[in-house]
Design a protein around this ligand. Structure first.
Ligand code: 13P
Ligand code: SF4
Length: 347
C-alpha cells in the first residue's frame, strides 16, 4: 500500500520525464529506503544532480553544495546518508564528526577534487607567504585543511571579497577562478604545477589560480549555445560557473545549481538550455511542466551517476561506505568550512 502512495506521488511528478515501468520499480526501492531510514534514525541529503526518481522520493533535503553543508552542520539524526560525491560527504563529516556519514558508492570522486593535493597547496603557500587561500569545496579534507576559507559556486565572490586583501590564492577550479576574478575585478595568474620554481614574483597579480577543471562543465562550448539559439531564438541559456568564461559570457545567466533552479521558476520564458549535469535539467523539467528544458545528456558526471536508489538502500542496509576524516585534518578543515558558512549566514 505504501509503495502505491510513493508510486502515485512519483507518477504525478515524473510521468513526462521517467517511463512508468521504471517508476514502479523505483517506488518500491524508495519505500524500502524510507523504512530503513526510520529504523536507523538517518537523514538523507541529496545534491541537485541526483536522478529524478531518487531526487523526488527519499531525500529529507535537496540542494547545492552550500545548502547541503549548512544542513549537515545542523541535522540531529545519528546517520547522514549523502547522495552526492565523496568531497560532499567528507564536508558533512567535517561539520558533524559525531555522526555516521555514509556515501552510497565506494568512489564517487570528482575531477576537481582529484586535481590538487595538500602538498600542492603547501607549495603555493611557501611561494606566496601570507596570501590567504580560498579553496572550492570540491576538494578533499586534507586540501581544505591547508586553506583559510572554503567557498562554493554560490558564494565564491562574496568569500573572496570578505577577506579584504589585495591578493588571494583561489583553488583548484581554473574556470571558477577566472569567473570570480572577473566578478570581483581582480587580475588572475596561473603558476604551473609542474614547475613551481617558475612562479613569477614580479607579475602583477591579485588572484593566483590552479588548473583544475570539471570534466563535465569544461565540455560545454560557445558553439553549443549558438546552435541552440539558432534553433530556438527565444531560449534562455543557464551556465554553471564551472564553465569557461567564454561560455558564461555567451549565456544569459550563471549561478549555482540551486540558483539555476530558482531562475527557471521565476522566469516566464518557455525554453531553457541548462548547461550542467543532465539529471538536473530533468529535475527542473519535472517541477516546471509548462516549460521546456533543453539539455545535453551526452555530457554526464560519471561520479554523481554512481549514486542510485539501489546503492542508497544498500548504504543503509549494510552501513556502507563509512566516511572518516582523521581528527587532526578534520579540525583544520573545519575552520575553513565553518568560516565560509558564517560569512554566508550574514548575507
Ligand atoms: P553546486 O554547489 O552549484 O551545486 O555545484 C556542485 C558541483 O559539483 C557542480 O558540478
Ligand atoms: Fe565534480 Fe564536475 Fe562531477 Fe561536479 S559535475 S562532481 S564538479 S566532476
Amino acid at each position: 500500500m505504501i509503495a502505491n502512495t510513493t508510486y502515485t506521488r512519483l507518477k504525478e511528478k515524473l510521468s513526462h520525464v521517467v517511463p512508468d515501468v521504471e517508476l514502479r520499480y523505483k517506488a518500491e526501492i524508495a519505500d524500502e529506503i524510507m523504512q530503513l531510514k526510520a529504523e536507523r534514525n538517518a537523514v538523507i541529503l541529496a545534491h541537485n544532480y541526483m536522478e529524478p526518481a531518487l531526487f523526488y522520493s527519499v531525500p529529507d533535503v535537496v540542494g547545492d553544495s552550500l545548502e547541503l553543508s549548512r544542513k549537515a552542520a545542523a541535522c540531529e539524526q545519528d546517520v547522514i546518508v549523502f547522495c552526492g560525491v565523496r568531497f560532499m560527504a567528507e564536508t558533512a563529516k567535517i561539520l558533524s564528526p559525531q555522526k555516521t556519514v555514509l556515501l552510497p558508492a565506494k568512489r564517487a570522486g570528482c575531477s576537481l577534487a582529484a586535481s590538487i593535493t595538500a602538498e600542492d597547496v603547501r607549495n603555493l603557500k611557501a611561494k606566496y607567504p601570507g596570501v590567504p587561500v580560498v579553496t572550492y569545496v570540491n576538494t578533499y579534507a586534507d586540501v581544505k585543511a591547508e586553506s583559510d576559507i572554503c567557498c562554493t559556486s554560490s558564494n565564491a565572490a562574496a568569500v573572496v571579497e570578505s577577506l579584504g586583501t589585495d591578493t588571494v590564492i583561489f583553488l583548484p577550479d581554473e574556470f571558477l577562478a577566472k569567473n570570480t576574478a572577473r566578478e570581483t575585478g581582480k587580475h588572475i595568474i596561473f603558476p604551473t604545477r609542474m614547475a613551481p620554481e617558475s612562479f613569477d614574483q614580479q607579475v602583477e597579480y591579485e588572484m593566483i589560480g590552479w588548473q583544475g577543471r570539471c570534466e563535465v562543465h569544461e565540455q560545454f562550448t560557445v558553439e553549443d549555445i549558438e546552435n541552440a539559439r539558432r534553433q530556438f531564438p527565444d531560449v534562455l541559456v543557464l551556465a554553471h560557473p564551472e564553465c569557461s568564461p567564454e561560455v558564461v559570457d555567451a549565456a544569459d545567466y550563471s549561478g549555482s545549481t540551486t540558483a539555476m533552479v530558482h531562475y527557471v521558476k521565476q522566469h516566464p520564458a518557455a525554453q531553457y538550455l541548462i548547461l550542467t549535469e543532465c539529471a538536473m535539467g530533468e529535475n527542473i523539467a519535472a517541477e516546471n511542466p509548462d516549460k521546456e528544458m533543453l539539455r545535453m545528456c551526452s555530457i554526464r558526471c560519471p561520479h554523481m551517476n554512481e549514486i542510485t536508489l539501489e546503492e542508497t538502500r544498500d548504504a543503509l542496509r549494510l552501513n556502507q561506505y563509512v566516511i572518516d576524516v582523521p581528527e587532526d585534518i578534520r579540525e583544520r578543515a573545519y575552520r575553513a568550512v565553518k568560516r565560509m558558512i558564517e560569512i554566508n549566514a550574514k548575507d
